[in-house]
Design a protein around this ligand. Structure first.
Ligand SMILES: Nc1ncnc2c1ncn2[C@@H]1O[C@H](COP(=O)(O)OP(=O)(O)O)[C@@H](O)[C@H]1O
Ligand SMILES: [Mg+2]
Length: 139
């Protein structure tokens, strides 16, 4: 387990670039943490590094956004999921098997469906509110 202190959104983007460089071509990243803790910011860093020019926002209503970069990026946000069965219905198991990198916000809502090779990142906002603490498990 590794803990990183991010002092800015660009620090979080830098961490995303660093982690991306170490990933296999089929990777699953599970992102945990409260609203505003920087999960989407991290995914934006992945997208930027992959050469994706489309803006990456939280796929609030769609649950899934797919982007074509140098490698495909699948961005999933399970915030609105009320039951893991809904993840099955949306084809979650196929999504995590898909080519490229799959990044899942609120991954705890489908915890039992995550594959064994999932890399877990936990985002926290300390009291000061200006930094983010990011722990990485499974590297
Ligand atoms: N070190 C940091 N890393 C990431 N985001 C930060 C940081 N410091 C401040 N922020 C701000 O916090 C917010 C994080 O939002 P977002 O990435 O959408 O969070 P989440 O997806 O976890 O709800 C953004 O407004 C971003 O500018
Ligand atoms: Mg988000």
């Amino acid at each position: 387990m590794r803990e990183v202190i991010s002092h800015s959104p660009s620090d979080t983007h830098g961490l995303a670039a660093e982690i991306l460089a170490t990933l296999p071509s089929n990777a699953v990243l599970a992102l945990y943490g409260d609203l505003g803790s920087g999960k989407t910011c991290f995914v934006q860093g992945l997208a930027e590094t992959m050469g994706i020019t489309e803006p990456v926002t939280s796929p609030t209503f769609t649950l899934v956004n797919e982007y074509r970069g140098r490698t495909p990026l699948t961005h999933v946000d399970l915030y609105r999921l009320s039951h893991p069965d809904e993840a099955l219905a949306m084809g979650f198991e196929e999504l995590v098997e898909s080519e490229g990198v799959t990044a899942i916000e609120w991954a705890e809502r489908a915890e039992g469906l995550l594959p064994a090779h999932t890399l877990r990142l936990r985002f926290r906002t300390p009291e000061d509110g200006r930094t983010r603490v990011i722990t990485i498990e499974g590297e």
